[in-house]
Design a protein around this ligand. Sequence first.
Ligand SMILES: Cc1cc2nc3c(=O)[nH]c(=O)nc-3n(C[C@H](O)[C@H](O)[C@H](O)COP(=O)(O)O)c2cc1C
Length: 361
Amino acid sequence: MSNGMKIGSLHLDNPTLLAPLAGVTNLPFRLLAREAGCGLVCTEMVSADGLAHGSAHTLYFLRSLPAEKPLAVQIFGSDPAVMAEAAAIVQDSGADVVDINFGCAVRKVIRAGAGVALMRTPKRAEALLRAVRQAVRIPITIKIRSGWDRSGREALDIGIIAEHCGVDAVTIHPRSAAQKFSGRADWALIAALKRRLSIPVIGNGDVRSAQDAAQMIADTGCDAVMIGRRAIGYPRIFTDVLCRLQGQVPAPEHLDQRLDVMRRYIGLTVACYGEDIARRLVRNRLGWFAKGMRGSTALRQAAARTDAIGDALALIDAYRTAAMVRGQEASAWSGPSADRHFSRTVPPAATVAGWLRTASA
Ligand SMILES: Cc1cc2nc3c(=O)[nH]c(=O)nc-3n(C[C@H](O)[C@H](O)[C@H](O)COP(=O)(O)O)c2cc1C
């Protein structure tokens, strides 16, 4: 199980995948997941219309770096010709897999006949998959839900159609369109789909720990596990899962390691987008990593107020110092070399002083 898997012609080192997450799985985040051991990373959903029309904003989502490979790009849309054109653009961009969104339950997407609406229109789904298959050589995957209702009938039907159309793997998040993210993912449906198909089935939904991942594989027989929400702020989940799949017990995370990941995320964001964009992105996103940490609200609020990358980095260092003063686990630390040039930047005194007061209260 831990010795990798194949999706069509593509060999993955291991059976863990990062879920497409709108607003989250940008290039720096994907690099982080890959560094943690993830077998295949994925972009957020990208508009096929936008790609086909050459929208600069949309094409930006295709930016990639060799270090994150292999990469899947997820596209959404409902017009077979447009989807085929978009898939060809994705292939030309150097992506390893094109993934097609059959699961988005946002009203605007459904109204356009895309996302989970495709699960109710099997003829259109089939035409779309055939068109995409003809347009690209790289592996194609689809990501589905249970369907419009919870019965799972549509998931099984679409799975069969996909296999006949030459799709190379199916990911299932077994919740219905109406459920969105409520209730529990119905893992029994993953097992039913696995029994029905001969192409790989990737299970998704509610994997929050290494134990959950192992359980999903044991319960359903799925070929790989895709992780979404738990990876937000805790990309180390992939390291934990790999460890567990090799029969070992994952080591608990130390505070220092979490703080290092924050710094790494900042460093990667600056490297990918430049300091100006990174400054705005990091402000809103550092809070993800603070979840569960003592004083996390104060840290998140302080991060949201930072005006410069140096402020954000200094905030992390101040948190480390405060933890050390409290006697919490903290050891001598030297940051990743890529971040070294930031380490001497000093934040406004008021930012740190204010935050330190709240954090150590
Ligand atoms: C913030 C957020 C953004 C998401 N964006 C996408 C997306 O762009 N495409 C997609 O297929 N699913 C998307 N999803 C669904 C996830 O990929 C995944 O199927 C779902 O979160 C269940 O997996 P999890 O329990 O591991 O989080 C999104 C979910 C969240 C929470």
